[in-house]
Write a protein that binds this ligand. Structure first.
Ligand code: HEC
Ligand code: HEC
Length: 474
């Protein structure tokens, strides 16, 4: 112990202190740039729904920001991220459906609003009206995935190409530059290449196009590691309004879940949230919001006389399956009975149910209401005017079409144009403008069939008109 009091001892102690300080410094720096969490809280439920993080992971924010200007040729058209269908509110830093949060470095993430918000215009000159909770009709998940994975595969995805573009937008300190060039840019490239490989199965099936996504195959193949199969699961994004009145309904098009809290957790996990990082409180806020938020009223005039005539027609032909309180509303109607395309049902398997049931083991949350069904849910029709195109696969562009036999429904149309057609009740889905902006939907393609749901198709023309007028008011 004598050495401690000696000169050598003092030097050794000083050195040890310096090493410890340095280690502490390195530890602190690593924590600061990789793990430090800076909470972003949106007090307003609407802002939280649009921009609040659900811990979905995502890319380093500044890399995500500069990709469209660096790799515009990989986007479907001009306009940066709006070309894959993001809605961008004037003056906002990010599009609806994107969060920005800091976990060490700034990260971009996905929010529920990405697929559950839409715009409409009453005429081509109209300013778009944003409606939260509406089924997205422009956002194209596949185009977004294809853009990001093409960037990852591009040989120019290097620090030399990307850093200067970031620095034009945002000052990076020396340490941050090191972090980006040595860690974040190479890791992001790897992740984006992995994204392309993970979703390669998508390319051998018909495209979903805007407003639709491959629904649970990504979960089956990527989250659960179940073997690839050849099922097609392209579905329309559904609305999230007025959920308090949907209590007791089965959720998802085929009713594979019956508990809304579990559905919200499913949404987050599908959006990229890791099981050990599910933000229950943030999701509860989303759930509270979608319980209350109401669909907007039909924005054109309605003929009240016709509405009054249409109400009993609805009650006699539709209410058992579609009115609140109807005997079968919110329940699964066997596919043989409703007769619509069955691909979506065949995608969902008992093996996937079992995987969900195991997933929550050891966590505060759990899945105990997942099921395999053989039909589609008869949903309530609140806000139905804004939910076009109709049916689970979005195969019928107008309400007036749905009341015609399948042979007389529009066989080929364009999805994503947000100008409304009050005559046919749905978005303008034909003509040069719709064709220019839209995605060509061919009902002859596999899983795109517009067959079935023959209810109301044999009504006299005047009754159909009155019924449609009534449906506008729901
Ligand atoms: C990438 C797009 C996307 C994102 C992001 C997303 N959803 Fe969904 N959501 C869908 C689609 C598509 C369905 C229907 C899937 C099916 O049945 O095949 C759905 C279904 C639902 C349903 C059931 C609706 C009903 O009436 O049956 C709820 C509730 C829901 N999502 C809530 C959420 C919440 C909450 C989040 C965020 C935590 C979220 N979603 C994130 C696309 C998305
Ligand atoms: C026996 C039950 C039943 C009856 C009766 C019924 N429907 Fe449906 N309806 C369904 C089912 C099930 C679906 C979902 C089918 C699918 O998506 O493949 C559906 C879907 C719909 C949709 C599309 C919803 C959306 O979000 O895309 C509309 C609109 C609709 N029905 C209107 C009507 C009208 C109007 C009547 C009366 C003339 C009617 N239905 C009668 C069971 C029924």
């Amino acid at each position: 112990m004598a050495i401690l009091g000696s000169k050598l001892g003092k030097i050794l102690i000083t050195l040890a202190v310096i090493v410890l300080l340095l280690m502490g410094g390195v530890g602190y720096t690593a924590w600061y740039y990789l793990k430090r969490e800076v909470p972003v809280v949106y007090d307003s439920p609407e802002e939280h729904f649009k921009y609040g993080s659900i811990n979905s992971g995502g890319l380093p924010y500044w890399i995500w920001v500069v990709l469209p200007s660096l790799f515009p040729e990989h986007l479907p058209g001009p306009g940066g991220y709006t070309s894959v269908g993001y809605i961008w509110e004037p003056g906002k830093e990010n599009p609806v459906g994107i969060s920005k949060s800091t976990i060490g470095f700034e990260k971009q993430g996905v929010t529920c609003a990405m697929c559950h918000s839409a715009t409409y215009r009453k005429s081509p000159e109209d300013t778009p009206t944003l409606v939260l909770g509406a089924p997205a009709q422009k956002f194209d998940t596949q185009a977004n995935i294809r853009f990001l994975s093409a960037c990852g595969k591009d040989p120019r995805f290097t620090a030399d190409y990307i850093l200067p573009a970031i620095e034009e937008k945002h000052h990076l300190s020396w340490i941050e530059k090191q972090l980006y060039s040595r860690l974040l840019i190479p890791q992001t490239q790897k992740a984006l290449m992995g994204l392309g490989q993970g979703f390669a199965w998508m390319n051998s099936r018909p495209d979903a196009g805007p407003g639709r996504i491959p629904s649970f195959n990504p979960v089956k193949f990527l989250n659960f590691g179940l073997p690839l199969d050849d099922t097609i699961d392209n579905v329309d994004d559904p609305p999230l309004w007025n959920e308090k009145q949907h209590k007791g309904f089965a959720y998802h098009w085929d009713g594979l879940e019956t508990n809304i809290t579990e559905v919200a957790i499913m949404g987050a996990l599908a959006a990229g949230t890791k099981p050990d990082n599910v933000p229950l409180e943030d999701l509860r806020r989303v759930e509270d919001f979608i319980r209350e938020v109401q669909p907007p009223a039909y924005p054109f005039e309605v003929n009240q006389e016709l509405v009054a005539k249409g109400k009993p027609i609805f009650e006699n032909n539709c209410a058992t399956c579609h009115a609140f309180g109807g005997d079968r509303t919110g329940t699964v109607i066997p596919v043989e009975e409703v007769g619509t395309d069955r691909h979506r049902i065949d995608m969902w398997t008992q093996a996937a149910v079992d995987k969900y049931e195991e997933l929550g083991d050891g966590y505060e949350w759990d899945f105990t209401h997942v099921q395999k069904t053989d039909g589609y849910v008869a949903v309530s029709l609140d806000g139905i005017w804004l939910r076009a195109p109709y049916l689970h696969n979005g195969s019928v562009p107008y309400l007036t079409d749905l009341l015609e036999v399948p042979e007389n429904r529009t066989p080929v149309f364009y999805r994503s144009y947000d100008v409304y057609n009050p005559e046919k009740v749905g978005f303008v889905s034909e003509g040069p403008e719709a064709a220019k902006e839209g995605f060509k939907y061919d009902t002859a393609a596999e899983a795109n069939s517009n067959q079935g749901h023959l209810y109301g198709t044999t009504l006299p023309t005047e009754d159909k008109q009155a019924l449609v007028e009534y449906l506008k008011t729901l």
